[in-house]
Ligand binder design. Structure first.
Ligand SMILES: C[S@@+](CC[C@H](N)C(=O)[O-])C[C@H]1O[C@@H](n2cnc3c(N)ncnc32)[C@H](O)[C@@H]1O
Length: 383
């Protein structure tokens, strides 16, 4: 039975569309990469809070976007794709078809999408608290599979960074986590007060994230950065963020965790496709897309930061590749900054024998980073 009137739960709001777009862009690159690595025996993709499938405004949510991305990978790769298991889970009742579970709706909608024979879809309506341990078991059992885990809850009360750390600990998983950052930031300070009963979930989340230390946050951006730094320490992975502005100053954030530098680069690429100005976030207020992070300043700070880094001396292409990624910039941005330095003779790119590298090569690709002995070159700044 269909509900009579629409509410905000029945439509996919703009910031959620941007979130799903990011997932799609990343997944499509992910499939291209993994399908070319023989080592992996298959892929598990988990959407653990998968939602309605399709909304009243006809926009598709994460589970259908995942299935469509697999389908287009298959048809763009001569009707082939890796063996994939897709685990779709949600324990809620549909807000659109009131007599159905969300997962039942997702199941019938997914039957309308072509699925290759070697792709299996599993549907469940488990509580996340129960399914989390099962995912961990699966990751341990299938070490030669890659596991991509999308965690998109309404809030954060079921989310534990220690559990995410466990999921990542075997090195064969990546996690995309969506959090209501603004609400968390707003109540962070209050949640440290034990009298504030409504703050238990947040207190415990912050406690785990910052190893019991009470932190102060002076803005949503500061809060996001501190969480990111804490997540890097906890998980020992590369961690990246993407902010999505729902309405003025109400931010949600995607945290992306990967043990792999190439995955990190590819998520950055996906972000730069959505935010072509800064690669950092989405705002539906078009004019504010530019000023979302007060950071036109920060953008212009990258050349300065890179210059300072090079001045420390003895930097290789691998060091510079990683420095750029960690600052949120792709190798192409780094080249843009370095080219003028090189053109005026301020920067030299030298091979291991101290000879100038001919041509315009910068050797800033992932392959150069991964195999430093083969393609190691040094960057020297003339003062
Ligand atoms: C933000 S929505 C997910 C949206 C979805 N990713 C999409 O793109 O359409 C969060 C979902 O989590 C489900 N949910 C909430 N608590 C849950 C729990 N403890 N276990 C499993 N699902 C839960 C809700 O029913 C809701 O559909």
């Amino acid at each position: 039975m269909k509900k009579k009137s629409s509410s905000t739960k029945d439509v996919l709001l703009e910031h959620s569309r941007a979130k799903v777009e990011l997932l799609k862009t990343y997944l499509s690159t992910y499939l291209n990469i993994i399908s070319r690595v023989d080592y992996y025996e298959g892929i598990y993709i988990y959407d653990l809070f998968c939602g309605e499938g399709k909304y009243d405004d006809d926009n598709e949510g994460s589970p259908l976007v995942i299935l469509r991305t697999i389908k287009s990978h298959y048809f763009s790769n001569k009707n082939s794709c890796p063996d994939i298991d897709v685990i779709l889970n949600d324990n809620g009742n549909s807000d659109i078809e009131v007599d159905k579970l969300k997962i039942e709706r997702v199941k019938s909608l997914s039957e309308e999408i072509f699925t290759p024979n070697n792709v299996n879809i599993h549907f469940s309506n488990e509580n996340y608290l129960n399914i989390g341990p099962l995912v961990l078991k699966n990751i341990k059992n299938y070490k030669r599979h890659k596991h991509l885990i999308f965690i998109d809850p309404h809030g954060y009360k079921e989310i534990s960074i220690n559990q995410i750390t466990a999921l990542l600990s075997l090195g064969n998983a990546e996690v995309i986590l969506f959090l209501p950052l603004f609400d968390m930031y707003r109540f962070a300070r209050k949640s440290y007060d034990k009298e504030f009963k409504g703050g238990n979930a947040l207190r415990s989340f912050l406690h785990d994230s910052f190893d019991g230390k009470e932190k102060k946050f002076n803005s949503i951006f500061d809060f996001t950065n501190k969480l990111k730094e804490a997540f890097i320490i906890k998980t020992k992975c590369f961690v990246d963020t993407f902010l999505l502005e729902k309405e003025k100053s109400n931010y949600y954030g995607l945290f992306f965790f990967t043990p792999n530098a190439l995955g990190f680069e590819k998520m950055l690429e996906a972000k730069w496709k959505i935010d072509t100005e800064q690669g950092r976030g989405f705002s539906k207020r078009i004019e504010s897309q530019k000023s979302l992070f007060e950071s036109n300043v920060e953008i212009s700070k990258y050349p300065y930061d890179l210059d300072k880094f090079l001045q420390e001396g003895n930097k290789t292409n691998g060091d510079i590749y990683m420095f750029g990624l960690k600052k949120g910039y792709l190798p192409r941005h780094t080249k843009e900054v370095l080219k003028p330095f090189r053109d005026i003779g301020r920067l030299q790119v030298l091979n291991e024998n101290g000879k100038k590298v001919p041509g315009n090569g910068y050797y800033l690709k992932y392959e150069n980073y991964k195999n430093p002995p083969k393609k190691k070159v040094f960057y020297l700044l003339n003062q």
